[in-house]
Design a protein around this ligand. Structure first.
Ligand code: ZN
Ligand code: ZN
Length: 240
C-alpha cells in the first residue's frame, strides 16, 4: 500500500533530489552530482567485514577487528561508507517513512554486487533480508531491508524469500559493544519452517541496511547455515 501511494505521489509531484532538492525527471530521487558525491567503498578492504583500508594491499587480508572473530558468513560488502549524506538518506528512508527512496537505495545497494565474490551467488543464489520484529514492523510500517531486497530481486532476477523471523524484540543496539550485541541477539532469529526444504544447499545473499559489527548478520547466517544453506554472503547499503 505504502509502495503504491509513493508511485502515485511521484506522478502528481515530480521528483526532487532528496539531498539538494533540485528537480529531477529520471524517476529517481538523487541527482547525478549528489550521487557522485557519496562516499563509495573501494579496495583494499577486509575480506570478511568489508572495512576499507588505505594503502597498496593487493592480497586478501582480514582486518584486526576480524582476526579473532568467528563470523558465520563468507564475506560482507557494502557499496557506501556511512557518512553524513548516506546516513541522511537511510535515516529519512527508515525513520521518516520516505518509502519512495526504495528504488534509489536499491540501485545503490546493487553496486555492491559488482564484487566478483558474488558471482556464484548471482548464478544460483537466493535473496533473504534481515527481518524486523512484528512489533517494530507495525510501528515503522515497512522493513527497509526487505524493500531494498525486492528492488534487488527485480534487478537480478534472483528469487527472494522472507525466510527469517525475528522472535525477540531486542533492545536497540546502537550503543552496545560487540560482545553485548551478540549476547543481546542470541536466539533472536528463527527460520520460517516452510522454507526449510527450499534453502537446502543454497547460496544466500543476506541483505541489511547497515553493517556495523556484523552481529546481526552473523546471527542470521548462523540460523540459515544450521538449517542447510551452503553459504551466506552479506550485502548492506552502508558500512558503519
Ligand atoms: Zn542532488
Ligand atoms: Zn574485518
Amino acid at each position: 500500500m505504502l509502495r503504491q501511494t509513493s508511485r502515485i505521489l511521484d506522478y502528481i509531484y515530480p521528483a526532487h533530489c532528496h539531498l539538494c532538492q533540485c528537480p529531477l525527471t529520471h524517476g529517481r530521487h538523487l541527482c547525478e552530482p549528489c550521487s557522485e558525491s557519496l562516499k563509495y567503498t573501494q579496495a583494499p578492504f577486509c575480506k570478511l567485514c568489508g572495512e576499507c583500508y588505505d594503502g597498496d594491499i593487493s592480497s586478501d587480508f582480514s582486518c584486526p577487528n576480524c582476526n579473532d572473530l568467528k563470523l558465520d558468513f563468507e564475506f560482507a560488502r557494502a557499496p557506501l561508507h556511512s557518512d553524513g549524506q548516506s546516513r541522511t538518506l537511510l535515516h529519512d528512508y527508515k525513520y521518516r517513512r520516505q518509502i519512495h527512496l526504495s528504488d534509489t537505495l536499491g540501485d545503490l545497494l546493487s553496486i555492491g554486487l559488482d564484487d566478483p565474490r558474488f558471482a556464484p551467488y548471482l548464478d544460483e543464489g537466493i535473496l533473504v533480508s534481515v527481518p524486523l520484529h512484528w512489533a517494530r514492523l507495525r510501528k515503522r510500517k515497512f522493513n527497509q531491508a526487505e524493500e531494498m531486497t525486492i528492488c534487488l530481486k527485480k534487478k537480478t532476477g534472483l528469487p527472494y524469500i522472507n525466510a527469517l523471523k525475528r522472535i525477540r524484540n531486542t533492545a536497540t543496539q546502537t550503543r552496545f559493544s560487540r560482545s553485548k550485541r551478540l549476547e543481546n541477539l542470541r536466539d533472536a532469529f528463527e527460520l520460517r519452517a516452510k522454507y526449510k526444504n527450499y534453502i537446502q544447499g543454497k547460496r544466500i545473499i543476506l541483505v541489511d541496511d547497515i553493517f556495523t559489527t556484523g552481529s546481526t548478520t552473523h546471527e542470521c547466517s548462523k540460523v540459515l547455515l544450521h538449517h542447510g544453506a551452503s553459504s551466506v554472503a552479506i550485502l548492506t547499503l552502508l558500512r558503519g
